[in-house]
Design a protein around this ligand. Structure first.
Ligand SMILES: NC(=O)c1ccc[n+]([C@@H]2O[C@H](COP(=O)([O-])OP(=O)(O)OC[C@H]3O[C@@H](n4cnc5c(N)ncnc54)[C@H](OP(=O)(O)O)[C@@H]3O)[C@@H](O)[C@H]2O)c1
Length: 306
């Protein structure tokens, strides 16, 4: 049942040009297996073009490579863009995973699909892998469709639910940590950060190692995979400012989500905290505490500031 990645293994990674793609590409190439990485956004020389929403194009590309494993990271990840571009979101974030799943079935190879903690409605405090979900935003609804299709129609699958992604550094990180960093780099002395949104940071470097570990276990299924511990956006900003050595120069001020309601208008759950119940039970949890992960991640920002 286990699936050993060897020098002869071929791994196809779709949507590999983003913040998680960077770490997944690195982790899998480090094993010496053969990797083909594609995206619609060619952010690195090792990427070639393929769109997961175009069945005939992606099918031809994957089949000509004949992989032993397919990893699908492709998605539109800007929640506000998704609210404004709903049809494109369904095509990329829901039809895309359907296409990948069907191709994996045809080739009889396993698929890795990345889902999100954002599929919960936040009415309970913490969610384990088995708790009911109820996606609120178009982004989350489409991602959840991808997850449900994968669970119901794909023979060999691993679904990983990620939380607040941290990774890719100043060049590729599209999310919270880099948004805070850009304000700091521009010399801002006061940051306004929400304390009424709770979640679990998810370090891409550890997340990629976790994918490798779980895939090799051969234990198919759905897994929460986030850093250990939980926090608010305010806690992350405060800790990041401290790690950059800027706590004396920069004030971090708590606000509630209404403060940003014009800019961040997509619905978001109050709490999207996950716990890695299954990974822990199976001895497969490689995720660090979020503070430890943020400390490691902040090194690239400290270098960039120097
Ligand atoms: N970022 C988070 O906080 C977060 C949290 C939970 C789960 N996830 C999931 O983790 C996975 C990886 O996301 P990420 O964090 O690495 O975000 P990312 O940096 O936005 O990477 C996603 C990549 O997929 C590309 N893409 C979009 N549509 C595509 C298509 N139709 N065909 C091929 N590639 C396409 C994107 O291109 P463009 O740059 O042109 O859009 C981008 O390069 C996604 O499935 C995402 O839903 C992310």
């Amino acid at each position: 049942m286990s699936f050993k990645i060897t020098d002869n293994t071929k791994v196809y990674i779709a949507g590999c040009g983003g913040m998680l793609g960077e770490s997944v590409y690195q982790t899998f190439t480090d094993t010496k297996c053969t990797v083909k990485a594609t995206d619609i956004n060619l952010t690195a020389p090792w990427l070639s073009y393929a769109d997961v929403s175009d069945y005939s194009e992606i099918s031809k590309d994957i089949k000509s490579f004949a992989p032993d494993l397919i990893i699908n990271l492709a998605a539109l990840t800007d929640l506000e863009y998704c609210e404004k571009n709903q049809e494109q979101t369904w095509l990329y974030n829901a039809l895309g995973p359907e296409n990948i799943g069907l191709i994996a079935n045809e080739l009889d190879v396993p698929v890795v699909y990345i889902s999100t903690a954002g599929i919960v409605d936040g009415k309970q405090d913490v969610y384990n892998d088995f708790d009911e979900v109820n996606p609120l935003s178009i982004y989350a609804k489409a991602k959840y469709h991808g997850e449900v299709f994968t669970q119901n129609h794909v023979r060999k699958f691993f679904v990983f639910r990620a939380g607040w992604m941290m990774g890719g550094g100043p060049g590729k990180d599209k999310k919270f940590v880099n948004k805070i960093y850009k304000q700091l780099k521009s010399g801002q002395k006061e940051l306004f950060v929400v304390d009424d949104k709770l979640g679990t940071p998810t370090y891409t470097k550890s997340f990629a190692k976790g994918i490798l570990e779980v895939v090799q276990s051969g234990l198919y299924g759905v897994y929460n995979q986030v850093c250990n511990g939980d926090c608010s956006r305010f806690d992350v900003a405060k800790e990041f400012v401290r790690l950059l050595g800027l706590e004396k120069d920069v004030k971090v001020t708590k606000v509630d989500s209404d403060y940003f309601k014009a800019e961040y208008f997509a619905p978001r759950p109050f709490s999207e905290k996950l716990v890695n119940l299954k990974l822990n039970a199976r001895g497969l949890n490689v995720m660090p505490d979020w503070q430890e992960a943020l400390e490691d991640y902040s090194k690239v920002f400290i270098e960039d500031l120097a």
